[in-house]
Design a protein around this ligand. Sequence first.
Ligand SMILES: [Zn+2]
Ligand SMILES: [Zn+2]
Length: 366
Amino acid sequence: MKITAAVSRANQDAPSLETLELEAPRAGEMLVRIVAVGICHTDVHEHPGRHAPHPIVLGHEGAGVVEALGEGVRGFAVGDHVILSGSSCGACPSCLAGRPTYCDLAMPLSFGGKRLDGSVALSCGEERIHSHFFGQSSFATHAIVPERTAVKVDKDLPLEKLAPLGCGVITGAGGVIEALKVKAGDTIAVLGVGGVGLSAIMAARLVGARRIVAVDINRARLDLALELGATDVVAADEPDVAQKIRAVTGRGVDYTFNTTTVPAVHTIALEALAMNGTAGFVAAPRGEWAPAMFPMLAGGRQLRGILGGDANPRTFLPMLIDQWRQGRFPFDRLIETYSFEEIGKAFHDCEAGTVIKPVLKVGDAA
Ligand SMILES: [Zn+2]
Ligand SMILES: [Zn+2]
């Protein structure tokens, strides 16, 4: 079928809309009509072709309606509303243990730009266009999606609000609840309060953290962090950031959650920890960085990488949606909506940091 998709090609500063051919779903896949899709920093980073091959359709925070089922799909019916999250094999030890973000095949399934057998779902005339980005390639009116990528949601829910749950929100909220297992009475500092960091702050409030310190250079985001649950803020461009975080409790925080790639912030995240604290991080430091090992040894501290919030989307996302319905997890406060045609502007705004979570409205739910 003919679809419209935003294609990332070499030497273009943003994806641009093209008419492509999308093949029918193969065994275990579904055709999903995309209603809305969020833009995540990983899309912005991958657009120039960092890990994923060109030309490719990116997009990995899709939400839409199931239009057709490939052979063997069991858990879905035509007309189901779905949000899309990461892709995983379903058969490796991590998947079998309910930890699909650490699937043995996560890298090729997320960034390979094709199915594991090498085939792609998209073409433009004779030209092969890479698909299946995070099992989605959802910067498009339609996507071919492996069944495991989709999470069914109630039809009364607004799909354009739910789109960012599948990556940005689950990364922050899962990081706090599933990976770090922050509980009532604990203390945490969140370093970098964009979409992921603010989701972490809302989750920390949800579980009853005693002190929640937001750290950023952007004053408007620090103000929003206070509204969404932070108890304290520290401006990251002023001196003595680690000491200021430590001073909130007098002995450092139990957890830090670092969403940035700035090496100096990774150092602060360790220095701010109390004894036996854990520094969780969701992005690697860009450039040379090494942790100071003696304070980790002497304080029994840990450094912990976290992908996709450690969360199983099939169980975690319905929980978050219930919390949102009950007014306890207002993640939709982060969203700014753009039309599909405005994808270039949305990319630039995301990169410039003038918007927290851009969501492209691609179609209607009905
Ligand atoms: Zn993402
Ligand atoms: Zn797996």
